[in-house]
Design a binder for this molecule. Sequence first.
Ligand code: FES
Length: 163
Amino acid sequence: MALKDKHAKQIEATFAKYPDKRSAVMPLLHLSQQEYGWVSPEGIEEVAGLCEMDPTQVRSIAGFYTMYSEEPKGRYWLQVCTDLSCALCGADKFYEDLKKELNVEDGGTTEDGVFTVEHVMCLAACDKAPMLQCNFHFEENLDMDKMRTKLAAWRAEAAKNKA
Ligand code: FES
């Protein structure tokens, strides 16, 4: 189902916050990514149509910002900070253990398509390491026991949403 049909109210509310439709391009790219799991060519066309913009302009905006993914990701996009402050608090080991737990390499997606895992630079939560962001929400002060609980909950949620 198209964004405009499935999320009509949210789109209308988003447009209401801005002086013109093109100003809403970034939140609508987020909505598209949330809906499809990535900023797909079809998503670009859809957002361009909604914002009354040229698809090339929308594609260039999506390409500029790292929070938009131009390739398919898992339902849960786990970005683990392994920058210096976090590394000093065990983030490297945590990241290695997480990849092993999910049986993926850096940047990889699990076979069931539920998780994509990658390492990122500082997310400005250095005092809460090890930490990651899952679909742009921070998860902090992690260890693998906590992480296994979260992974199980996200898997259950993914299965429920799929059913
Ligand atoms: S170094 Fe990891 S959040 Fe800053």
